[in-house]
Design a protein. Structure first.
Ligand code: AHR
Length: 849
């Protein structure tokens, strides 16, 4: 499981009953939603809604990639270079993490099978065995082959069950490609497709070369029966030895009839999202556990039989069958722009965090430039000509390059600069995306660039952050929210998750001048391999289910307005409720020696004399000298309490310093009279790499995390700290930079609303998310329109309960329903159903439309 950038935990539950009594079915009838279509807001970029594809959850192999045979190349037991297996684990070579400085050995899941995907079934009197060899390989890049030795035949069958069963359909054709050799095999080899009940669905005799040369043949099998759990069987009736280098089976029908192509149902599901772009290849796999098993695009080109594949971060070896060329072709086929994510010579930060030595950085820069050239270069260039040789002389629609995935810190900044300069020099028109965080926007070189923050959280996180982007600085780069999803406390991904995402998306769309691109993650999950807890589309060998989140994404993309128009509501979008509590402040540490100096508390524009405040050592060895507060022990947790600041409108300023140990400073505010509850900023947590804020409860630092961001705090360095506490929120600044804020939870917004104009259709597009168990029935007033058509459209995604989910059994339980609506006017009332996301499309006109 990956660590995530921002997690919001719920500290109390909002029961529907209490919400109803609080707001009542009637109260929301007094709500007014006012839209002024003359008041233009930000334009919504056509690049806004895209998809993020990563090989995770068998999204590609055993998923979108139409190959039916598992371990077709027999390479699945190959280890990444310098890795070894031990006691059921795959162990990477130990490397130093560039952020923590620690050298760790990473261990991955490893299933020690003889020949993954394949087994031999024989009659009782047979003498036969299979083994993996690298004897006289056909391709040095994929050297392993399967040796089948039959000394005595009796119904010898080599069986491949595919990826949890193969979907075979009557009247369809299947292309079998085999690469085999033999010297002494005496009999026939018949390829069969058998149902799970052993019913023969197709059969074809294969040609055999007996001169020990590799024979590469393609045979067509026509199925006369259907089964979703069929198998491919090679039947041997002779004796002798046969080597198999490659056994591949593809449905003849693939998406857009591409060879080495994609499964139609899954490709259509993605294409139906009308993605503006496809981000590829990841994700964590870009960096790799260590650099040895990073995703290597160059190895994904050319004859699929010669592609080596790689054992990737998510615990299985992929074939590289669905490679760079195939992905670029897919982008072209669905009218999407391509985004390539390159490796910056750094392994994934949540894994080994390996950094390649400085003299290898150029290798990675060249690798990235080559990838761009492969997509865009003329056929007179090295990689452009390779693309042409692979079948596509014209350039592909590559428009974005992301420099690394989920990196931060000085090493990343340095490398990002080098990559940025090299890419811009050669490809000035490409949009370059960095991994920088929200507060680092201005670090990025030009304002055409984008940063890519990621958010996986609970529903509360997304609802509380409906307005997140409203107050973000417009200086520096724009934003691409490259990964986000509501994944905690939402079952397998229920309506509550989908509504929380819809609310957050309203906020992103409303801030279209800043947020230019978004992609939900992860996109696909085979129902038999769940590497991430919530994923957008589920599938097995022949069924596909779009979760409610899928339909939210689809509806946003289908109903993207050209620009926003002003919408105000008496109750949507804003969290309601409690403010920051009045109370004391405190200082503390976790296993760190600390110093604080120049302590100042300023309230109502006046300095409060620090010495006049009541002060108490609760834990640790504290020494309060004039203007200096020192903590002299490496106790687990120390705590120094400063009482008597009985307000919630002040600024605390000081300089702070820690020595030696890895954890950081604690700063508390809103401490209760017994100092047992309050708000705690942990500055330099996670071994000096992050700043977090949490609720301090029952005298324990183990309270719910409200917000965390990466920020490196070093020992032996003075930092300027400023904590601004207001009745609405507290905000922490370090060295003049805003780091993060704490907003008391209060009650989450109940509704999220956004509205815009679709210039093409001259429609007002109003989007309303209602997370409540009762209808939301506001009066809707439209200003600035000359005419409003009475009849328009409503498109609604509803559920009976927020816990409801789509499933394989009921894939359309939560499904958009489009209806004609008669009753639009300059002032009308609309009933937004409980637990719903609704879009109203209203024909409007005025002089500007
Ligand atoms: O989407 C799943 C993973 O989450 C991605 O691989 C990674 O970028 C993030 O941590």
């Amino acid at each position: 499981m990956k660590i995530i950038y921002i997690i919001v935990c719920v500290i109390y539950m909002l029961y529907p009953i209490s919400i109803m009594s609080q707001n009542g079915g009637d109260l929301n009838k007094t709500d007014v939603v006012s839209i002024d279509i003359q008041k233009k807001g930000a334009a919504v970029a056509s690049s806004m809604y895209g998809v993020f594809f990563e090989e995770i959850n068998h999204a590609g192999d055993g998923g979108l990639y139409a190959e039916l045979v598992r371990n077709r190349s027999f390479e699945d037991m190959e280890l990444p270079p310098k890795y070894m297996t031990k006691e059921g684990k795959l162990i990477a070579k130990p490397v130093k993490h560039h952020l923590t400085g620690k050298t760790d050995t990473m261990a991955l899941e490893w299933d020690d099978k003889a020949v993954p995907g394949w087994h031999l079934a024989t009659g009782v009197s047979a003498l036969a065995k299979i083994s993996l060899t690298q004897e006289a390989p056909k391709f040095s890049s994929a050297p392993t082959n399967l040796k089948v030795e039959i000394q005595k035949g009796d119904s010898v069958r080599l069986i491949n069950e595919g990826y949890w069963g193969m979907s075979i359909k009557a009247e369809e054709l299947y292309m079998l490609r085999t690469i085999m050799r033999s010297t002494n095999y005496t009999g026939k080899i018949v390829a069969k497709l058998l149902s799970c009940q052993n019913k023969e669905l197709a059969a074809k005799e294969l040609e055999i070369s007996r001169d020990n040369t590799w024979k590469d043949q393609t045979s067509l099998l026509c199925a006369h029966g259907t089964d979703k759990a069929a198998r491919l069987v090679l039947e041997f009736n002779g004796v002798g030895t046969v080597w198999l280098d490659y056994v591949s089976l593809f449905p003849q029908k693939t998406f857009k009839q591409r060879s080495n192509g994609f499964r139609i149902d899954l490709a259509e599901m993605i294409s139906d999202l009308k993605p503006a772009f496809v981000r590829w290849p990841g994700g964590a796999i870009v960096g790799g556990v260590t650099l040895e098993n990073r995703f290597d695009w160059k190895k994904t080109l050319g004859d699929p039989a010669a592609r080596p594949g790689e054992y990737l971060t998510w615990g299985y070896r992929c074939t590289y069958g669905m490679g760079y060329y195939e992905m670029l072709q897919f982008c072209e086929d669905i009218g999407a722009k391509a985004m390539f994510v390159c490796n910056v010579g750094l392994a994934d930060i949540f894994q080994s965090g390996e950094a390649c030595p400085d003299d290898s950085i150029d290798f990675f820069i060249d690798d990235c430039l080559n990838a761009i050239e492969y997509a865009l270069g003329g056929i007179d260039t090295e990689w452009g000509s390779r693309r042409a040789a692979d079948g596509h002389p014209a350039p592909f629609p590559l428009a974005y390059v992301e420099v690394g995935n989920e990196h931060w810190g000085k090493e990343y900044d340095r490398r990002y600069d080098m990559f940025y300069k090299a890419i811009k020099k050669k490809y000035p028109n490409l949009t370059i995306i960095s991994n920088h965080a929200l507060w680092e926007k201005e670090k990025v070189h030009d304002d055409t660039g984008l940063i890519d923050p990621h958010w996986y959280g609970e529903p509360e996180f997304f609802w509380y952050n409906v307005n997140l982007f409203d107050s973000i600085s417009r200086n520096g780069s724009k934003i691409y929210v490259g990964e986000y999803a509501c994944i905690f406390k939402v079952g397998n991904g229920n309506m509550e998750a989908a509504l929380a995402e819809a609310a957050f998306m309203c906020g992103m769309e409303r801030n279209g001048d800043l947020v230019k691109m978004t992609s939900y993650a992860p996109l696909l999950q085979n129902r038999h391999d769940k590497d991430w807890q919530v994923n957008m589309i589920w599938f097995d060998s022949d069924e596909v289910v779009g979760r409610s989140s899928y339909y939210v994404q689809k509806l946003f993309a289908e109903n993207r307005p050209t620009y926003n128009v002003n919408v105000k509501s008496s109750s949507a979008n804003e969290p309601q409720g409690l403010g920051v509590q009045k109370g004391g402040i405190g200082f503390g540490s976790q296993k760190s020696y600390l110093k604080f100096k120049d302590l100042k508390v300023i309230a109502n524009g006046k300095n409060i004399d620090f010495a006049s405040l009541h002060q108490k050592v609760v834990k640790g060895e504290w020494d309060a000298k004039k203007d200096m507060l020192v903590q002299n022990s490496n106790i687990g947790e120390s705590f120094y309490w400063v009482d008597g600041i009985n307000c919630n409108d002040y600024t605390l300023e000081c300089k702070m310093y820690k020595s030696g140990l890895k954890e950081g400073f604690f700063i508390y505010h809103s401490l209760s009279d017994d100092a047992k509850t309050g708000v705690l900023y942990n500055i330099g947590c996670w071994t000096g790499q992050a700043v977090a804020v949490k609720e301090y409860m029952d005298g324990s630092n183990a309270g719910a995390l409200a917000h965390a961001v990466e920020y490196s705090i070093e020992p032996q360095k003075w930092y300027n700290l400023k904590l601004v506490v207001t009745p609405q929120k507290s905000t922490l600044y370090i060295d003049g930079k805003q780091i993060l804020s704490y907003v008391p939870k209060g009650v989450m917004p109940n509704y999220a609303i956004t509205s815009g104009i679709d210039e093409k259709t001259k429609e007002l597009v109003l989007k309303v998310v209602n997370r409540m168990p009762v209808p939301y029935s506001p009066e809707i007033r439209i200003e600035g329109a000359r005419n409003i058509a009475k009849v328009g459209k409503s498109i609604s995604l509803c559920a009976k309960s927020e816990k409801e989910e789509n499933s394989f059994k009921h894939p359309h339980k939560i499904y958009p329903i489009e209806k004609e609506f008669e009753g639009f006017s300059k002032c009308f009332r609309y009933n937004f159903a409980p637990y719903s996301y609704t879009i109203l499309r209203i024909k409007v006109d005025n002089d500007t439309l």
